[in-house]
Design a binder for this molecule. Sequence first.
Ligand code: ZN
Length: 217
Amino acid sequence: MEIIYYGHAAFLLKGSKIVFIDPYLTDNPSSTISPQDIHECDVVIVTHDHGDHLGDAFDICKNTGAIFVSQHELACIAQEKGLKAEGMNIGGTIPVNGIDIHMTHALHTTETGHPTGVIVTMDDHSIYHAGDTGLFSDMKLISEMYHPEVSLLPIGDRYTMGITEAVKAVEFLNPTYVIPMHYGTFPLIETNPEELKKRVGEMAKVVILKPGEKFEL
Ligand code: ZN
């Protein structure tokens, strides 16, 4: 599987299916592509409705026929727009287009519904996208029950965890790989991912991706 980072919290997972999480491209100063560049997509997952996460999700679903997946209230808005949508809620798991999506808690705010994180299981790999969140100790439970191999963690501070909290999150989650996100897009969330790498040390492999770069699992 390939994990491609498009800056901020936008990740494309390319395995037997193509899954886009939080596809913020158009106004994303760090994105290397525009939504028109996405010709194939099976599932679009949105962790919460803030503009830097919902991003171009509706347009990508419209252009590619991808299924929109999010927390129930936001999925209803997608359905009202005539899109194929699967609503779910925190604690549940659903199969969509041959992949499994589990929805987790996230400590954050939203305009509609509740903020979330997701664990995507595809081709025997499991990837946890934490969404925008502060640190919470139930990350231990996420590790114990779902064993995510890769954790995508925000480190930009101010609106989410900073590096100190992300290091503790790695301890709780015990993943093989950590990919930092939600930093450096704007001056307000400028942090140094090398600092995370140094402080995580031997606990996990920290993979720092520049926008447009990919990591192969
Ligand atoms: Zn947010």
